[in-house]
Design a protein around this ligand. Structure first.
Ligand code: ATP
Ligand code: MG
Length: 152
């Protein structure tokens, strides 16, 4: 269906605000307009990224969710200031059942499926997903979806 990208992200954030007392979810939206995609699946992807941001930043409180329009893509990024991801593991986190092992990360519960499922959903909707991170400083997960504005 057609839906307002920012609005669905905002609704998903509102649902998740109640799951954490510690973290503050901050909106930094710019106008992205409507996109044609699977609304519930896209909401699920945002949920996965925000729950990860909460889980992997136990000692910091800020989580920034930003949106922008870039060329023919609507982009959303979820930034946290938590444990981050080692440079050589950045691609691996999207693999099925992969979890970063190490002194800190294995203490967080999980199956290693959230990002795999999320990236598969985004791919199926014609988009792409990536991560920027500095280990120990935080991670920024983004995905881009095509805006079907009739010119592309
Ligand atoms: P679940 O299946 O419940 O989502 P999970 O959170 O371990 O379990 P993924 O969401 O797929 O699985 O994430 C895979 C791995 O990537 C995590 O185990 C963690 O090591 C790393 N990771 C994911 N998000 C972050 C983040 N925001 N900061 C740091 N590491 C992260
Ligand atoms: Mg997860």
């Amino acid at each position: 269906v057609w839906f307002d990208f920012n609005q669905v992200i905002k609704e998903t954030m509102d649902d998740l605000k109640h799951t954490t007392q510690k973290h503050t979810l901050i909106e930094k939206f710019t106008e992205t307009g409507k996109i044609y995609s699977d609304k519930d699946r896209i909401s699920q992807v945002i949920t996965n990224l925000i729950t990860n941001a909460i889980k992997y930043s136990p000692h910091t409180d800020k989580i920034i969710v930003s949106t922008r329009l870039e060329g023919h893509e609507a982009i959303v990024c979820v930034q946290d200031f938590g444990i981050g991801i080692p440079e050589d593991k950045k691609d691996k986190v999207f693999e099925q059942f992969y979890r970063v092992s190490g002194n800190k990360q294995h203490t967080f519960p999980g199956l290693g499926l959230g990002l795999y499922i999320s990236s598969e959903i985004v791919k199926r909707e014609g988009g792409r997903m990536w991560v920027n991170s500095i280990e120990g400083k935080g991670a920024t997960f983004c995905f881009a979806l095509p805006v079907n504005d009739g010119t592309n």
